[in-house]
Design a protein around this ligand. Structure first.
Ligand code: AQP
Length: 346
């Protein structure tokens, strides 16, 4: 679809942001820099913002039930501790608003098998055992499209790994609008970019930092203490050379690029600015600077998360209020979708 058509099609929609994170246990610096930091920025700009704990996505792989509940509350605490304000943003868990699952089903009937088969995340997550993966994991991107489009959201901030899923969301919206002859769902704008769009593993600069990586040394967890953060960065894989003064000098140096990118993102700097400061330094001099910046940012967040987790009934209360607000937006949109599709729903 051309940009002109896209703008015209979206002009009737309010500027509304939707995004989410799975409460599948363990939050990483990748989730913070790639997603939540941007969630906070957009909350403080000219957008209506809706942020979700996508628990229905989490159960596409096995979750221990008691832990899932705890992880959902912990993710809510992470959002709030990172700067999301429940008075400004709508914060809630996905399963509390049944419109997600309802629209997800309708989108299962719009999305094509061939589209789903091309999703690299399914291939990565299912691995060699795809026959044994859940049907939910395969259909995940259709539910993700429903999460976004149930709110007629226009902007979706995510890490780079979600780009393909957002393209599929646009495909689903376009096919739905075309098949039913309507201009009902917006063509979303992915909000991806900046130095931390893809934070890489500390052990292997070609792999994404991920909460499910078997090596805890590969990631900074949001609840790591200062000593652990220092020890992980000290041991992070690097090369022998000094840091370059220009971005072109980071080519074919994925580990160096990753550490510089993390440092830049933590300090809201561009790669260029950072390199003009640290170019020529050895890693032994740069890593302590990185540790200091990381601890300065992460320690207050993890301290506040721990404090919030002392009162889970307050978190539950906030989530319920968020779900009520979310439902008030999604319900009429999903009701109208039933009508467009021809389903009788009084
Ligand atoms: N390494 C990363 N760099 C940048 N952004 C990242 N995100 C995750 N990892 C990175 C972004 O965080 C948001 C929520 O991700 P998620 O937890 O719902 O799912 P995920 O992308 O599958 O994250 P993980 O850590 O890789 O989980 P597992 O290990 O369970 O698969 C998204 O916006 C994502 O881009």
């Amino acid at each position: 679809m051309s940009d002109a058509v896209q703008t015209q099609s979206n002009s009737k929609f309010n500027k509304r942001v939707f995004s989410g994170i799975q409460p599948s246990g363990g939050l990483t610096l990748g989730n913070y820099l790639g997603a939540v930091k941007r969630f906070v920025q957009m909350q403080n700009e000219d957008f209506e913002t809706i942020y979700c704990m996508v628990d229905l996505h989490a159960i596409t792989v096995w979750q221990d039930p008691a832990r899932l509940k705890n992880n959902t509350r912990e993710l809510a605490a992470f959002y709030i501790a990172s700067g999301l304000n429940p008075e400004k943003s709508i914060l809630f868990n996905q399963s509390a608003v049944s419109e997600h699952a309802e629209l997800g089903w309708m989108f299962n009937c719009v999305a094509r098998m061939g589209w789903m088969k091309r999703m690299t995340q399914f291939k990565d997550k299912a691995g060699k055992n795809a026959e044994n993966a859940s049907l939910g994991l395969f259909g995940y991107p259709a539910l993700m499209a429903a999460d976004i489009l149930a709110y007629h959201a226009t902007h979706v901030p995510v890490g780079d790994d979600q780009k393909q899923h957002l393209e599929l969301t646009r495909d689903i919206a376009a096919k739905f609008n075309h098949d039913f002859g309507v201009d009902f769902f917006p063509m979303i704008d992915p909000v991806i970019g900046g130095p931390a769009a893809r934070v890489m593993s500390l052990r292997d600069g070609s792999k994404k930092m991920s909460k499910s990586d078997p090596s805890d040394q590969s990631r900074i967890n949001m609840n790591d203490d200062a000593d652990t953060i220092a020890q992980k960065f000290r041991k992070a894989k690097t090369d022998q050379d000094a840091l370059p003064s220009e971005e072109s000098g980071l080519e074919n140096r994925p580990e160096a690029k990753n550490l510089i990118s993390i440092y830049a993102a933590l300090g809201d700097q561009s790669l260029e600015d950072v390199l003009s400061d640290v170019g020529g330094k050895q890693f032994s001099a740069f890593k302590p600077m990185l540790v200091e910046r990381a601890v300065e940012t992460l320690s207050p967040i993890s301290g506040e998360m721990n404090r919030l987790m002392l009162d889970v009934s307050e978190i539950d209360r906030l989530l319920k209020r968020g779900a009520d607000k979310a439902r008030a937006i999604a319900a009429p949109i999903v009701q109208k979708t039933y009508d467009i599709v021809g389903l009788l729903k009084p």
